[in-house]
Design a protein around this ligand. Structure first.
Ligand code: AHM
Ligand code: MG
Length: 329
């Protein structure tokens, strides 16, 4: 089953649908295929290395980041189905020209995991989709909405294979690109995350600045007091790859806030929300340290938030530690 057939099948379940989502998705799929091919050829095509610019967050921008951003902005704009685009790489939101407008807003990180580009480690694209009522008169408020209002979210991982994971609000499905066909094939139908996992994933180099609950949680992972085995640590440093493993094997992925960066590192709109949406759809949870991640209402398009996401029981454990700390305070 190809992704196109899958989405067309889903469309028949909504008789009112006019195919706009299918068209939007086919443009996202095209963007993913293009970036996948560019990532695979990067070393050969001399695309590695700095592009000589810094992005909004003051981070070095790589050539592949610039290319990927252009690819997705062009693909999404030309779909004729979008009105506002928010990209990690662009300081301001893009308002699509009126003649090409449609009812969807897409928030995305065109190439996440930039520190892993030059060494060939898995990287990915993350996206979330909102739907607006009146696309002729849109304002930025349409994208400053809680993640629970997204109509779909997904990511594409450029790893040992190219895998696209998607949820349109009724479960999660994974598709793998068959390079000989140029088509994404349904390889991971109805993904469910294990209720409890054996892996924790966090940048422990930041431990010096962690808060009490995060420190206690990681201590319990290493030295469990309930007779269970210690958890394994896995950390790639590409959110897409770390979340993909968490989704398939179970466990918890964390990017907590700390003394230096109280809001953590990851961006709410195009990193925290899409991944939290997928986790919940797969039966897991996503928490910010204060609330359900999808309940957050962002005030700025590039806002950051701490995030703890993964298996239901593992996220329950970190929630309990935060609740206990709040009681003691
Ligand atoms: P990026 O958008 O600049 O690539 O940063 C996001 C990445 C995530 O993919 C990953 O989870 C995290 O940053 C890793 O950060 P760190 O290197 O601080 O562990
Ligand atoms: Mg990025």
């Amino acid at each position: 089953m190809t992704i196109t057939r899958y989405v067309l099948n889903e469309q028949t379940k909504h008789p009112e649908s006019r195919g706009d989502f299918t068209i939007l998705l086919s443009h996202i799929v095209l963007g993913c295929k293009y970036v996948c091919s560019a990532v695979n050829k990067a070393g050969l095509a001399k695309l590695l290395g700095l592009a000589g610019e810094t992005n909004v967050q003051g981070e070095e921008q790589k050539k592949l980041d610039v290319l990927s951003n252009e690819v997705f902005v062009n693909a999404l704009t030309s779909s004729g189905r979008t009105c506002i685009l928010v990209s990690e790489e662009d300081e301001e939101a893009t308002f699509v020209e009126p003649a090409l407008r449609g009812k969807y807003c897409v928030v995305f990180d065109p190439l996440d995991g930039s520190s892993n580009i030059d060494c060939g480690v898995s990287i990915g694209t993350i996206f979330g989709i909102y739907m607006v009522k009146d696309f002729k008169n849109v304002t930025l408020d349409e994208v400053l909405q809680p993640g629970k209002n997204m109509v779909a979210a997904g990511y594409c991982m450029y790893g040992s294979s190219c895998t696209l994971v998607l949820s349109a609000g009724s479960g999660v499905n994974g598709f793998t690109l068959d390079p000989s066909l140029g088509e994404y094939i349904l390889t991971h139908p109805d993904i469910k995350i294990p209720k409890k996992g054996k892996i924790y994933s966090v940048n422990e180099g930041n431990a010096k600045n962690w808060d009490g609950p995060t420190t206690k949680f990681v201590e319990k992972c290493k030295f469990p007091t309930d007779g269970s085995s210690p958890k394994s640590l896995r950390y790639i440093g590409s959110m897409v790859a770390d979340v993909h493993r968490t989704l398939l094997y179970g466990g918890i992925f964390m990017y907590p806030g700390d003394k230096k960066s109280p809001d953590g590192k990851l961006r709410v709109l195009y990193e925290v929300f899409p991944m939290s949406f997928l986790m919940e759809q797969a039966g897991g949870q996503a928490f910010t340290g204060k609330e359900r991640a999808l309940d957050l209402i962002p005030k700025k398009i590039h806002e950051r938030s701490p995030v703890f996401l993964g298996s239901y029981d593992d996220v329950e454990d970190i929630k309990a530690l935060y609740a206990a700390a709040a009681k003691d305070a």
